[in-house]
Ligand binder design. Structure first.
Ligand SMILES: Cc1cc2nc3c(=O)[nH]c(=O)nc-3n(C[C@H](O)[C@H](O)[C@H](O)COP(=O)(O)O)c2cc1C
Length: 395
């Protein structure tokens, strides 16, 4: 196995995680839907933009700190919500919460997480909770009450999952939620003894089968349980009217995740959201969706300058983060990278993922001639292309 000090980039982590996780679990994390056009498009779009750096500017004192919604973070990136983390690494949610706090990063707890929000909010007092809300105001209200009691101040409502996605790779690998042990899965687990011992066995002997402990106001079902109403039930009834209602009821901050259309961005602003996240769920919901980075400029233009716009989807390099910042994204979120880090080396792996990105951003800012993020502006990037060789341009 590759030692942690030999892992230099997020893609090194992905390669290493592939070796360490049973195929079905690695593919659950890595994969997208159908032909993975959204997933691949999310990465491809970064190559369409290139930098034109400035030189001879004093960049000897640099900071990548950013103040958003009244809180200062050490870097302009954070952890996106990811569900069912317990199958990737033992006690993964706890490790993510601890590392986010230690690194002073924004961190969104998934509604499909496996450690109680009350525990996570103690470890990460500024964490945000992401809800997979049904169109049922009683249930939303009950969850909001639980969050308030837990001291959570920010709710993120995901709007791109009104129905379950068509993840063919999961079906091919026998991976389903509710999770069912099949001979294929058992065989794959046996070929990964380290995962079997350090994740599966350790989890079963300590906390037992992971549960969706934060999906409802009370303890949710285990990840193997087939509930009668299905925990995804009713999401296809959720509308902007419900968000308007929640806005009146919830005194904390409210953010929508999964905005891709400028008109939804306008609706988010009109509904009194405190911020929005441009996202196509990491290519895991609608296939053939516009890449978030491509959607970003129209969204930014469509909302008041006072409404912070965040983004996720395919961010793997410091240069990716800075391109989005130049186009107006105040924060960038990542889903898979910290899970790869956790799969490879638990807390140390998550910390190394953060360190790699933070170091890249710092170096890239210097190379761009920027002391702080306010200097990372749109004039520093342009579209990739051939030089203009028309006769007029050469005279
Ligand atoms: C394994 C996994 C689980 C996810 N679970 C959730 C979730 O519970 N809620 C949610 O809003 N988004 C979820 N997402 C989407 C992420 O929040 C984020 O939008 C996406 O991963 C960003 O793309 P990236 O992985 O390329 O960084 C999940 C993504 C992954 C990879």
């Amino acid at each position: 196995m590759t030692a942690l000090h030999k892992i230099l980039s997020i893609s090194d982590f992905e390669r290493e995680a592939k070796k360490r996780l049973p195929k079905a679990i690695f593919e659950y994390v890595r994969g997208g839907t159908e032909d993975e056009a959204s997933l691949n498009g999310n990465r491809a779009v970064f190559d369409q933009l290139v930098f034109r750096a400035r030189g001879l500017r004093d960049v000897s004192t640099r900071t990548q700190a950013v103040t958003i919604l009244g809180h200062t973070y050490a870097s302009p990136f954070g952890f996106a919500p990811t569900g069912v983390n317990a199958i990737v690494c033992h006690d993964c949610d706890t490790k993510l919460a601890t590392e986010a706090t230690r690194s002073r990063l924004p961190y969104i707890v998934s509604g499909a997480s496996n450690v109680a929000i009350e525990t996570l909010a103690k470890l990460a007092p500024h964490c945000w909770y992401q809800g997979y809300f049904p169109g049922d105001r009683t249930r939303i209200g009950n969850i909001a009450d639980r969050l308030k009691s837990a001291g959570v101040q920010t709710i993120v409502v995901t709007i791109d999952t009104c129905v379950g996605a068509n993840r063919e790779n999961n079906q091919r690998n026998d991976f389903t939620i509710p999770f069912q042990l099949t001979t294929k899965l058992i065989g794959s687990g046996l070929m990964h003894p380290r995962w079997l011992l350090e994740v599966f066995a350790k989890t079963m002997f300590t906390t037992g089968t992971p549960r969706f402990v934060n999906i409802y106001e009370t303890m949710g079902p285990s990840i193997t349980e087939n509930t009668t109403d299905g925990f995804r039930a009713g999401r296809d009834r959720l509308t902007w009217e419900d968000l308007k209602w929640l806005r009146e009821r919830w005194a904390g901050q409210l953010i929508v995740k999964g905005v891709m259309h400028p008109q939804d961005a306008e609706l988010a602003a009109a509904t009194g959201m405190d911020a929005l996240i441009v996202s196509n769920h990491g290519g895991r919901q609608l296939d053939s969706a516009i890449a978030p980075l491509q959607a970003l400029p129209d969204v930014v233009r469509g909302v008041p300058a006072t409404l912070p716009v965040f983004i996720d989807g395919g961010f793997r390099r410091g240069t990716d983060v800075l391109k989005a910042h130049a186009l107006g994204a105040k924060l960038v979120f990542m889903g898979r990278p910290q899970l790869y880090g956790a799969a490879v080396a638990g807390s140390a792996g998550i910390a190394k993922v953060v360190d790699i990105l933070r170091t890249e951003i710092d170096r890239d800012m210097a190379l761009l001639g920027c002391k702080d993020l306010s200097e990372v502006r749109a004039d520093l990037i342009t579209a990739r292309g051939a030089p203009d060789i028309s006769p007029a341009s050469l005279t």
